[in-house]
Unconditional design. Structure first.
Length: 295
């Protein structure tokens, strides 16, 4: 489990809780044994992370942050962005520095013009590993990452993957496993896996797209089969455990602005694997899906 400082909550920032309260939630996860935190320039939560880790030994936590990118972004903007992130985080290096939400159309420029800048900053000791994250909402079929995998320069990739869209298994993970690329999972839980009404709408949409078979689902509780005494505690619990045990995944990001919710998420990661028959059923149900993100 990694603490995700973006997503719908941004560690409570979107609900307006005090930064000190958000920092306590991050510390809650760290105290429970989590050692990975992901943030980004765009999330405006780097300062909260800096507050949370200021009294922690730096090598006890893995920090990942991200630079927002666009076609034609200048090298100096990237260098300044990293320096500003380091200042907000209160550190002189980040473990992973990612190009954030890269679109396929922008990839060629970023590879040729910005990757050399990242390499120089890596040589200066400001970055340990170079990462790239996909814009999953716009690219649920992973076209950009499929292109990026051909270049052999990325140490880490952030990939959209969940029970509903498992297309990264064949399109991304087979290659990342072969090439020893670290994988952060985003979108393990989004609206469709946390709100029953939304899940029903998403399943209906997939039926219309002919990517799932309607006869395979209970219309009122499409994933209810996962919740039973030997299985998952809830659909959200199943979602985290499904991603955690997928071969080739290394960190599954989980974020919240609520301490009780954080405790629930921590408990999910402590539970054993889902029953093999439930996992196999999920793989069969959504084998053709590559058009949604789970939002």
């Amino acid at each position: 489990m990694g603490v995700g400082c973006g997503g719908p909550s941004r560690i409570g920032k979107r609900k307006g809780i005090a930064e000190s309260e958000s920092a306590v939630i991050i510390r809650q996860a760290l105290d429970a044994g989590v050692n990975f935190i992901d943030t980004a320039e765009a999330y405006r939560t780097e300062g909260i992370v800096g507050l949370a880790i200021k009294d922690i030994r730096r090598d006890a936590v893995v920090l990942s942050t991200k630079k927002g990118v666009r076609q034609g972004i200048a090298a100096e903007d990237v260098e300044k962005g990293l320096d500003d992130s380091l200042r907000r985080l209160g550190t002189d290096y980040v473990d992973i520095y990612n190009l954030h939400g890269v679109a396929l159309d922008d990839y060629g420029y970023l590879y040729s013009e910005i990757v050399p800048v990242l390499r120089r900053m890596q040589e200066k000791g400001k970055i340990r590993f170079i990462g790239i994250t996909e814009g999953f909402n716009a690219d649920p079929g992973h076209k950009m990452l499929a292109r990026a995998l051909d270049d052999g320069v990325w140490d880490v990739m952030m990939v959209g993957f969940n029970m509903l869209n498992q297309s990264a298994r064949d399109r991304v993970f087979t290659r990342t496993i072969e090439e020893n690329i670290g994988v952060q999972i985003m979108f393990a839980v989004r609206l469709a896996l946390s709100r029953p009404d939304r899940l029903r709408v998403v399943i209906e949409d997939l039926i219309e797209r002919k990517q799932v078979d309607p006869s395979d689902f209970d219309a009122e509780s499409p994933l209810g089969f996962l919740v039973h005494e030997e299985g998952a505690y809830s659909i959200v619990d199943a979602a985290y455990r499904f991603c955690r045990d997928e071969p080739g995944t290394h960190v599954v990001l989980s974020g919240t602005g609520n301490p009780d919710h954080m405790e629930f998420n921590l408990a999910s990661f402590d539970r054993p694997p889902l029953p093999a028959e439930d996992v196999d059923r999920l793989k069969a149900l959504f084998a053709r899906v590559d058009s949604i993100t789970g939002q």
